[in-house]
Design a protein around this ligand. Structure first.
Ligand SMILES: Nc1ncnc2c1ncn2[C@@H]1O[C@H](COP(=O)(O)OP(=O)(O)O)[C@@H](O)[C@H]1O
Ligand SMILES: [Mg+2]
Length: 304
């Protein structure tokens, strides 16, 4: 059985005409990290909130571990855990209060709740500030409190809606590592993000959504195949004859001084020689999810 099964799922918010979700059908396997990738307003939070039984769909069905989000919501709430996008910790409560009390609410024994709270606060480097009211903590620390709460409880299915928003690079990696560990423990994670690197590093499967519709789905290798040229070469414009490059692939401007050439691996040797001969600096790398994303949704316009 799948962790999530959506059939023709749509959501039109009251007072709006354009669907936030438009006939989405997808399946999420258990014990994987599944990523919904999309720009702001794509419909990611709407999908997560329906899965988490916080919002009702307008039409279609959605099942979480086989249970229907409309008729069996109470049951679903027992085995899921959520990092909500709009969530904020309570100002006067400390990191310890948040995590410890949440664990108790979710049915943990006091002694076990204490151990788990200690462990997760340690892991997110919140232990030193564990007794400080949230209002005195940085934005990143507040965000980590929410992630700590959601991941401390023993839930089979985790919904992480842009969990790394506002985090510094070290904290982001702490969250990534935790997600990878949770997966190893057999948990299923639904992640939403608009960070390409995050999606690329973590995901077993990625679904790109835009304007409430699925644009593309697959693992990172499937997605890479969307752009035929699998190499990108960033080339300094100095001394460069751009016309000559066009024979090697697609050229896009990415800055005042640099152009990016999408090309095939077989051209690398010839291009490098040419660049070196003409004293042009360049940098070669495989295409990233970022390139694919821009290729797919870069030009779409939201029509509401
Ligand atoms: N409560 C709401 N009422 C009306 N429209 C909403 C509401 N929440 C979200 N929307 C709209 O639904 C669309 C999808 O939003 P959302 O799911 O939050 O996207 P994302 O999380 O990908 O940024 C957007 O156009 C947004 O403006
Ligand atoms: Mg969102």
């Amino acid at each position: 059985m799948q962790a999530i099964e959506a059939y023709n799922l749509s959501k039109i918010y009251k007072g709006t005409r354009v669907p936030a979700l438009d006939n989405i059908s997808l399946k999420i396997d258990k014990k994987q990290i599944f990523t919904l990738l999309g720009r702001n307003g794509a419909g990611k939070t709407t999908f997560v909130r329906i899965c988490a039984t916080q919002l009702l769909p307008t039409s279609g069905t959605l099942k979480v571990s086989g249970y229907d989000v409309i008729s069996q919501a109470e049951h679903i709430r027992k085995f899921i855990s959520v990092v909500p996008q709009e969530g904020r910790p309570l100002r006067a409560l400390t990191p310890w209060d948040h995590v410890y009390n949440w664990l108790k609410i979710r049915g943990e024994e006091k002694s076990i709740a204490k151990i788990k709270t200690e462990k997760i606060l340690e892991r997110f480097e919140l232990i030193k500030v564990k007794d400080k009211p949230a209002m005195n903590l940085s934005g990143g620390m507040k965000q980590k409190i929410l992630v700590a709460m959601a991941t401390a409880v023993d839930a089979d299915l985790l919904f992480l809606d842009e969990p790394t928003i506002g985090l510094d690079p070290v904290s982001r990696r702490q969250v990534w590592n935790l997600m990878q560990d949770l997966k190893k423990e057999g948990k299923t994670i639904l992640l939403t993000t608009h960070y390409m690197d995050e999606a690329e590093i973590l995901s077993d499967k990625i679904v790109i959504i835009d304007n409430g519709k699925i644009v593309k789905e697959g693992n990172i290798n499937d997605l890479r195949k969307i752009i035929p040229q699998n190499i990108r070469m960033d080339i300094s414009k100095k001394n460069l004859d751009i016309e000559q490059l066009k024979g090697y692939g697609n050229v896009v401007e990415i800055g005042t001084d640099i152009i990016r050439l999408f090309t095939f691996e077989s051209n690398i040797g010839e291009l490098s020689n040419l660049a070196i001969k003409n004293n042009i600096s360049f940098n070669i790398s495989p295409i990233t999810l970022d390139d694919i994303f821009v290729y797919l949704v870069g030009n779409s316009i939201k029509n509401n």
